[in-house]
Design a protein around this ligand. Sequence first.
Ligand code: 9MR
Length: 378
Amino acid sequence: MRPVRIVTLALATTALALPLAAIPATADPGSDHQAAPHSNAKFDRLRHAAPEGFFVGTAVAGGGHHLEQDYPDPFTYDKEYRKILSRQFSSVSPENQMKWDFIHPERDRYRFDEADAIVDFAERHGQVVRGHTLLWHSQNPAWLEQGDFTDEELRAILREHIETVVGRYAGRIQQWDVANEIFDDAGNLRTEQNIWIRELGPGIVADAFRWAHEADPEAKLFFNDYNVEGRNAKSNAYYELVQDLLAEGVPVHGFSAQGHLSTRWGFPGDLEQNLRRFDALGLETAITELDVRMDLPESGVPTEAQLEQQADYYDQALSACLAVANCNSFTIWGFTDKYSWVPVFFQGQGSATVMTEDFVRKPAFFALQSTLKDARNG
Ligand code: 9MR
């Protein structure tokens, strides 16, 4: 998603300083590692509450908007953050650390340190990794977007990038978002915005999947987008494209809905039905970037009703995924408001994640936990 960036650092910092006291009584005031009395500590964690084979993930904060904030790299330096990251989740997605501008800052230079650290962390903690992302119109380095390359050179650049990045982590990535956000909301390919499609034509998308598959035959390869939760022009476009690609034998394995939702709009009630039609094509499905933002009252503190509505949206998204046979990966786009992209991109909106800036759990956290437990218990 590429909403217009409207908030300055000053405003984002103000948002970070909001009072935390007003979380309603429904939220457990204990911090993450303090299990509620009488609870089984192990099943208190989302990753263990989940049914066998169902992965509960989060984005790992770093890069992107974080670089402009007045805190050091969250994944590297925030101990409390890392503790919760390891305890609660069974899947991690580098939020920015595998994107082109981060991992391939110059034509002949890759920067793997941060991505390596995340993949190593995941292995130490028994987590899987979602790779994000290989072919996108956004967060590309200037040397690429403003370079003067022939079609042949550009093709070779993409191929080399995919072989290098996917190859480096071969066998260690569960799912790759190969192509990200290639359609606009009307269901048209981003032929102008997306450098690859613009310069090389739509066939380059299939090649990206082929090259990724060659570099890591084990990874499941996904199309990933926002505003494709329900059945609409954009998700229809994916539905058509995927069928064509599968008919041609292109190694496409998954379709994922990001899930950047807002309480301004109703919940996309046909999410399950939409995932089911991709499932019926033989694809895996996933929720990859769920967050639920809201318009904050002047106090900056959400009301109890807002938090309940948010919890309901989180819960419905999880339930839809749990109901679909091959939807086994459910990822939230960060677990704490401390590092959320939302207040930086949407003025006056926030509180989009399941924990406050102080890691206090919101009703949304408990809703996920309880629905996971129910699913685990059959
Ligand atoms: O959360 C990411 C933020 O740190 C970056 O600044 C931003 C730049 O576009 O990208 C955010 O992540 C996006 C993700 O990679 C793709 N789907 C939409 C996400 C939110 O914009």
